[in-house]
Design a protein around this ligand. Sequence first.
Ligand SMILES: Nc1nc2c(ncn2[C@@H]2O[C@H](COP(=O)(O)OP(=O)(O)OP(=O)(O)O)[C@@H](O)[C@H]2O)c(=O)[nH]1
Ligand SMILES: [Mg+2]
Length: 210
Amino acid sequence: MFEQLTEKIQKTLKYLRGEGKITEKNMAEALKMIRLAFLEADVNYKVVKEFESRVKTKALNQEVMMSLTPAQHFIKIVRDELTEILGKEARPLSFSSHPPSVFMLVGLQGSGKTTTAGKLAKYVKGLDKNPILVSFDLKRLAAQEQLWIIAKSLNLPFYEMTAEMMKNPAEALKELVAYTRNRGFDPLIVDTAGRLHIDEELMEELRLVR
Ligand SMILES: Nc1nc2c(ncn2[C@@H]2O[C@H](COP(=O)(O)OP(=O)(O)OP(=O)(O)O)[C@@H](O)[C@H]2O)c(=O)[nH]1
Ligand SMILES: [Mg+2]
């Protein structure tokens, strides 16, 4: 998701550089491109609005239009505001003092949860942790296999849910946490089915397992 966002924002900045001079028109066009990129990346609408208005205010206040390199100026403002939104510092993962930590991947359909579950497992393995992957995606049959293939390619343990466990995800998660603890795995990385917030059934399932 970040890759796509980065790509689109870079495209916007490239567009502005190409324009050389900043006009109200191309500034509006650039802001529109960034707005779409944000919204497609599921950034909250209010955050996007706020971002836009801050960039606009700064751009006008600093008399960007009058400067020698207006595009560069404008790009700097956009960059500063983006840094403000995305955070200036990387925050380390925090692990529970009572292992196992449970990391659950939740998000919109196709946003990269399963792929990220694998990346996360590999990353924590590098921190000398002993992760185990499990898929709670019970919507698609192939979801289990998808994560299993990822786990296999990374040579990391994968827990295969039984049909019985799939019937009661909340209970299954409890069992799994105990299993994970007893076998010395940590963290337990749980992939879930992509969902929309309007998807009541899945949201309820999420509330239960939480
Ligand atoms: N370019 C790019 N593609 C990605 C990235 N992460 C995932 N993908 C691709 O996006 C598609 C969806 O990724 P998944 O990890 O299956 O997404 P998901 O959220 O698990 O999808 P659902 O389980 O269907 O909701 C796949 O084709 C991935 O290869 C990424 O960081 N960059
Ligand atoms: Mg998935």
